[in-house]
Design a protein around this ligand. Structure first.
Ligand SMILES: C[S@@+](CC[C@H](N)C(=O)[O-])C[C@H]1O[C@@H](n2cnc3c(N)ncnc32)[C@H](O)[C@@H]1O
Length: 438
């Protein structure tokens, strides 16, 4: 067995799982359970498999450039293995081409792709020659089509993005979808403070910095391999949370004694943030319809030792029938709505392939229904915050505009759209503060 063979095999298995519908991070976790890799191997496997998933369209282009059979006619197992080989050749400078080819061919030889090992070898050698001679695949000269291949994003999404934000911002965003996502933490201010926790990280030789403009944010400058092994996790000193998402809970300005509804709460990064900001002394009702995700919220509450959050498994669109006592009950309501997640594409390698305009349309219907359903629970002097991790106007400002138009006694206090960018390490996020007119 050659060095590096098992790592390529594991990466290929992750691609297979994702093609059967697993999320990338779940697939990675499941596959790694079957091996005993060291942290460096895990970093390599993550980079290779997630890179292949992101660059699927680009790698298909190269597969068509170097093989006689169009990728659409390739058996899926072959297609994903070619991606493993091609990604190493084209996108990973540090791997010598012969090693990339031989280890990938070995995966074919030792699995049920045995009969196609010769094909894999021939295609990858062809790709290596073409790269050396700078013979690249031909792509249309249309700007949007080009970028959709080179940055590997569905063409409809490139078109829509450019329409939402204009050409130059659009290009920057498309590129930002392929950058390495930041790893940000939010410290639990009830248990530690920024300087103290930063010192703990530095004492453990973990390179980290305070995030400017946030009260409790720290970003890790190098990958810690296993996040849960960082100091302070089991003691509840911090929660992993992207910097853009950390903006949301403070918009509600939660205070001790207030009644707060978090209508789509699981897995709870914002419910726990709300509880910490209110000194764990508010009445926070965390609603979600997903039992599985609520279990994660429950374990986060236990780990962070927060007592003020009460979990309620329910569909927030029919909460009024279950709990009529909630009418005009809450001082503050957060609706962190289910959304297309377009702001988080760099973090979720597979999501770009499962999105569609139809899916976004059905999400906007749900978002509207959720907003209308929870509004009766807000006190007349209360504050409602609507947030998403997308940058699609139909799910954000346009939706909020329509909501306020339908409910004439409401006003938009402020809104903020954070766009993903090559110059900003966090996710794309939207938030709106809404209240009744006085
Ligand atoms: C964006 S996530 C929430 C993230 C969460 N606020 C956090 O910060 O950790 C959206 C959540 O909405 C939940 N959800 C979707 N439709 C719902 C509904 N009709 N009622 C209640 N929860 C719903 C999903 O299960 C998912 O957990």
């Amino acid at each position: 067995m050659s060095i590096g063979y098992l790592q390529r095999k594991a990466a290929w298995e992750i691609l297979l799982k994702v093609s059967y519908g697993d999320f990338s991070d779940h697939a990675l976790e499941k596959v790694l359970r079957n091996y005993q890799f060291n942290p460096l191997d895990i970093a390599f496997i993550t980079e290779l498999s997630f890179g292949c998933i992101r660059y699927r369209k680009f790698l298909d282009l190269w597969a068509d450039h170097t093989s006689k059979m169009n990728h659409k006619r390739q058996p899926p197992k072959l297609r994903w293995l070619l991606h493993i080989g091609l990604y190493q050749l084209i996108k990973m400078d540090k791997i010598p081409c012969p090693a990339a080819i031989s280890t990938t061919v070995e995966v074919a030889k030792k699995t049920d792709l045995k009969g196609l090992a010769g094909t894999v070898n021939a295609i990858l050698r062809n790709a290596s020659r073409k790269l050396e001679q700078e013979i690249f695949p031909k792509i249309s000269s249309d700007k949007k089509e080009r970028i959709s291949y080179l940055e590997s994003l569905p063409l409809w999404l490139v078109h829509d993005l450019y329409q939402w934000v204009g050409n130059s911002k659009g290009e920057n965003i498309v590129k930002a979808f392929n950058k390495k996502p930041s790893i940000d933490l939010r410290i639990n201010q009830l248990k530690t403070d920024l300087d103290k926790f930063l010192r703990v990280l530095h004492e453990n030789e973990i390179n980290a910095e305070i995030i400017k403009d946030l009260n409790n944010g720290i970003t890790l400058k190098s990958n810690p391999r296993s996040i849960k092994n960082l100091p302070g996790y089991s003691e509840g000193l911090w929660t992993i949370q992207d910097r853009s998402s950390q903006w949301v809970a403070p918009l509600l300005n939660p205070k001790e004694g207030e009644k707060i509804l978090d209508a789509c709460a699981a897995p709870g990064s914002k419910s726990t943030h709300l509880a910490e900001l209110a000194n764990d002394n508010a009445e926070i009702i965390a609603v979600d319809r997903s039992e599985k995700r609520l279990k994660i919220l429950q374990s986060n509450l236990e780990r962070l030792n927060l007592k003020s959050v009460k979990i309620l498994k329910a569909d927030a669109t029919s909460l009024i029938d279950l709990n009529p006592k909630f009418i005009s009950y809450f001082d503050k309501i957060l609706l962190d709505a289910p959304c297309s997640g377009i702001g988080t594409l760099s973090r979720n390698p597979d999501s770009r392939w499962s999105l569609s305009r139809e899916k976004i349309k059905s999400l906007t219907l749900l978002q509207e229904k959720l907003l209308e359903s929870i509004l009766p629970f807000l006190k007349k002097d209360g504050t409602l915050v609507y947030s998403t991790c997308t940058i699609c106007p139909d799910e954000n400002n346009l939706l909020v505009e329509r909501f306020i138009e339908r409910n004439k006694d409401l006003k938009l206090v402020s809104q903020k759209q954070i766009l993903p960018s090559l110059d900003y390490p966090g996710d794309g996020f939207y938030s709106a503060i809404i209240s009744y007119k006085s």
